[in-house]
Write a protein that binds this ligand. Structure first.
Ligand SMILES: Cc1cc2nc3c(=O)[nH]c(=O)nc-3n(C[C@H](O)[C@H](O)[C@H](O)COP(=O)(O)O)c2cc1C
Length: 190
């Protein structure tokens, strides 16, 4: 190991992210982050999604989406994703290189069903709209169901490399890298 690198094996980017979410909770938008994927033509594609929590006690983040959306086709083709957060109140940036997996009606249903149960009727209604991106048609009436519809899809976001930047009194940048089954962290110049 390079002796000039300051490794902190015990530290965890997840606790830093949880602290930031708490410190910024008065800003509703602190639950939103940007998720970038590779477009079908290779071009970068980025959009805002809602953070739906961590998967159990682990490091994976969860989001939900419509299986008919463009991002799903992109993730099926290329599992790499980039998640980005900026917390204005605490002046922290998180940039996460991630691996994305999709859970639809054909996979394990536990998390999918739990996330569906937490959605409001308005949140559920979005999954009953006609094809996303299709021309808007008027007069469509919406129904919602207790069980998730086939197009309700969970995005399981597994971080592998996290670049954390804090623009506090002293600027701090910490790189967290997944090595085997554990994380290694090092402070670097911002
Ligand atoms: C504040 C906000 C929150 C959003 N949350 C989600 C979300 O949780 N899941 C989602 O699929 N799209 C969400 N969207 C819409 C996406 O940003 C995007 O427009 C949509 O998913 C289509 O993206 P795609 O064509 O790249 O698949 C949100 C948009 C905004 C502005």
């Amino acid at each position: 190991m390079n002796e000039h690198i300051d490794w902190h094996e015990q530290e965890n980017w997840r606790s830093r992210l949880e602290t930031a979410l708490k410190a910024n909770r008065r800003d509703a938008h602190s639950r939103y982050f940007q998720l970038a994927t590779a477009g079908l033509d290779g071009s970068p594609q980025c959009r805002t999604v809602v953070f739906r929590g961590f998967l159990g006690d682990g490091d994976h983040l969860l989001a939900i989406t419509d299986a008919r959306s463009q991002k799903v086709a992109e993730i099926e083709r290329d599992h790499r994703g980039h998640a980005h957060w900026y917390f204005a109140r605490s002046r922290e940036q998180f940039r996460l290189q991630t691996s994305l997996r999709l859970w639809d009606a054909s996979g394990d249903q536990a998390v999918r069903t739990a996330l569906w149960a937490k959605l409001s009727d308005a949140g559920r209604a979005q999954f009953f709209w006609p094809e996303p991106g299709a021309p808007l048609a008027s007069g469509d009436s919406l129904t919602v169901t207790e069980d998730p519809p086939a197009n309700f899809c969970v995005i399981d976001i597994e971080p592998r490399y996290v670049d954390y930047l804090w623009l506090g009194k002293t600027h701090q940048r910490i790189i967290s890298e997944r090595v085997g089954s554990s994380w290694q962290e090092r402070s670097v110049n911002p």
